[in-house]
Design a protein. Structure first.
Length: 333
């Protein structure tokens, strides 16, 4: 059994501290008017935040201290830092802008506190594929979307104080909401899609190098656009437990099959109801037309309206079994 050295165990925590420093540096860049560097610093913090947990699991260096340090770093890098950047960048009423900044920071802390509590609760197997609400890095960058658009295209309706305040509060609501969003940690690419994905990564790198702000804004808009799909997928999985442990290709086949059934107007046969009505009609021997058939056998009696006699009545009657031999009780008269 391998033992992890103290230096290796320190590496994930060091990455978390670097993410914290990057988030705090964003505030310093905003105070000097370098808003592009502020956005870049928060973006670097988001990348480092996505790496520290993976490296900790890869090196078997996970610890309770690392988990708590990660939450505290996220609260500052993606809660406090974006709120202060918005407050410094946005001119106008300082008092109302400060209230909005406080709302965003408080909602970020509440979102992280709820995330820590959900780790100890039992969840369905498919819940690990989703986040509850928008995660902290995505929320911190989404709140800065008006700043990104203004730096790239200049001032407009998107940079007016009321729009920015409403956008910031709406992002804060997404943070503490119960809306499911996809977790990139559980996404698996099929073997056939590896080459196109690598080409896409190259194109994305070229776009980030040439048009960094436009690429970041487009990525944030696409992320927000995926939320309806994530909600639909979450509810579909919750309603189909048989698909929880099924690979992605088989899940897609199941969804296509169900959509095809709905498109054709097909329904699952009610086997219990039809079988019960048919059994009662055969036992009565009256074709199911008596008054005791009930309303539930209305459609089934048309299929059992005739009860044919056996081919050889003499032979069949000679082999009749008594009610004692077949284990039935005698009807009380």
């Amino acid at each position: 059994m391998s033992r992890t050295t103290p230096g290796v165990r320190l590496l994930p925590n060091a990455i978390t501290v670097l993410a914290l420093c990057a988030g705090l540096s964003a505030v310093q860049f905003a105070l000097t008017g370098a808003y592009v560097l502020s956005i870049g610093a928060i973006g670097v913090a988001a990348i480092l935040d996505s790496l520290d947990g993976r490296i900790a699991r890869l090196l078997d260096a996970s610890s309770k201290m690392g988990a708590e340090l990660d939450s505290l770093s996220d609260a500052i890098s993606f809660g406090v830092a974006p709120a202060l950047v918005l407050y410094v960048w946005l001119p106008g009423d300082d008092r109302f802008g400060w209230v909005v900044a406080l709302i965003f920071a408080v909602c970020m802390v509440l979102r992280l506190a709820r995330f820590n509590t959900l780790l100890d609760e039992e969840q369905p197997p498919f819940a690990s594929e989703f986040f509850v609400g928008v995660p902290a890095p995505a929320g911190g960058l989404t709140a800065l979307l008006p700043v990104i658009v203004t730096l790239e295209f200049g001032t407009g309706w998107w940079s007016s104080p009321p729009v920015v305040w409403v956008w910031t509060v709406a992002t804060a609501v997404l943070l503490i909401s119960r809306i499911p969003t996809l977790s990139l940690k559980k996404l698996r690419a099929p073997a056939k899609a590896v080459a196109p994905l690598l080409v896409g990564v190259g194109l994305l790198a070229a776009a980030v190098i040439q048009y960094p702000l436009i690429a970041l804004a487009a990525a944030l808009v696409l992320y927000l656009a995926h939320i309806p799909y994530a909600v639909r997928r979450y509810h579909w999985l919750a309603a189909h437990p048989e698909a929880w442990d099924v690979p992605g290709r088989e899940r897609r086949a199941m969804r296509r099959g169900l959509r095809g059934q709905r498109r054709l107007g097909l329904r699952k046969p009610r086997l219990r109801r039809v079988a019960g009505a048919a059994r009662r009609a055969v036992q009565r021997g009256d074709g199911g037309n008596s008054d005791g058939a009930g309303a539930g056998a209305g459609t089934a009696t048309s299929h059992v309206s005739r009860v044919y006699p056996p081919a050889n009545p003499t032979r069949t009657s000679s082999r009749k079994r008594g009610w004692r031999r077949i284990g039935l009780r005698q009807r009380e008269r």
